[in-house]
Design a protein around this ligand. Structure first.
Ligand SMILES: NC(=O)c1ccc[n+]([C@@H]2O[C@H](COP(=O)([O-])OP(=O)(O)OC[C@H]3O[C@@H](n4cnc5c(N)ncnc54)[C@H](OP(=O)(O)O)[C@@H]3O)[C@@H](O)[C@H]2O)c1
Length: 270
């Protein structure tokens, strides 16, 4: 059964979620579908995209609606690929109103060992990739004078996460891009915001966070003493895309259990 209220209803909206076949992107796609949207998810691995799209489309059986999800092979490091994904959303679902830039990867290593290619690769995916998708969708948004862009930032946009300099630099730039688009494109009816999630265990970080000393230190620094969930991040995305977020522009919503508020931890995590 779709959960729809007037404030958070996304009925009639179409979203493109990059990185939507796993982790946070997939959770956001599911929440948007459950609030009435149709969603095209995209990432580089066709088989993963197909499997996730099938799983998400099964929500249509619960809601009794037409197809609600589809997938597209998408590499945000290619402008042509971003444009093809945007066109596919319009062709399949008849329009496009929301873009969520959740494609991403990380490189965790001492900064002396970080190569320029790794650094530039992080920037190309997180920052230039978000720009490519925003521009491709922005042309449609400007024409219809309506659109919502949500970029996925990080706690690393604000504070250092140790041995993740390339990721932090890129995620800082995501905030700059978010503010720039919010300022420049508002006149076209386009709102741009970001979400800064705390740590959510996903394919991106599980190997070096779950059960590690790094994970223990993260939890000690998190007043709520636990990792977040994809659903908790998705709630912020639904808010930003829905009528409830209609006057929110250029903002970054932290969903981090209090991590950014914490200077000295209370040892909550035990
Ligand atoms: N998990 C966290 O704690 C956390 C915290 C803060 C921010 N974030 C951010 O949240 C976003 C989602 O990450 P996640 O944790 O959900 O990890 P995830 O499960 O690994 O999801 C990232 C997705 O991005 C896709 N991707 C990577 N490069 C791509 C490219 N060039 N073009 C298109 N898709 C690409 C990957 O699929 P393919 O390999 O198939 O392309 C993958 O499915 C990222 O921006 C990440 O930095 C995560």
């Amino acid at each position: 059964m779709a959960v729809k209220t007037s404030m958070f209803d996304l009925t009639g909206k179409v979203a493109l979620v990059t990185g939507g076949a796993s982790g946070l992107g997939k959770a956001i796609a599911e929440a948007m579908i459950r609030h009435g949207a149709k969603v095209l998810i995209g990432s580089r691995t066709q088989a993963k995209v197909d499997a996730a799209a099938k799983e998400l489309d099964a929500i249509a059986d619960e809601t009794g609606e037409d197809p609600v999800a589809a997938g597209v092979a998408l590499d945000v490091t290619s402008g042509g690929s971003a444009e093809r994904a945007v066109r596919k959303a319009v062709d399949l679902f008849g329009g496009l109103h929301i873009v969520v830039n959740a494609a991403g990867h990380t490189v965790k290593k001492p900064t002396f060992d970080l190569t320029a290619d790794e650094f530039n690769g992080l920037y190309d995916t997180h920052v230039t990739g978000s720009l490519r998708v925003a521009q491709a969708a922005g042309h449609i948004f400007r024409e219809q004078h309506q659109g919502c862009i949500i970029n996925i930032a990080s706690m690393g946009s604000y504070v250092d996460l140790i041995e993740a300099a390339g990721y932090a630099a890129a995620k800082n730039a995501v905030l700059g891009l978010t503010r720039s688009l919010a300022n420049e494109w508002a006149k076209y009816g386009i709102r741009t915001n970001a979400i800064a999630p705390g740590v959510i265990l996903t394919d991106l970080n599980r190997s070096f966070v779950e059960g590690t000393d790094r994970g223990r230190r993260i939890l000690e620094h998190t007043p709520m003493g636990r990792y977040g969930t994809g659903e908790e991040v998705a709630g912020a995305a639904v808010f930003l895309a829905s009528p409830a977020g209609a006057f929110v522009n250029g903002e970054t919503v932290a969903v981090d259990g209090g991590f950014l508020a914490c200077g000295i931890g209370d040892g909550f995590a035990g």
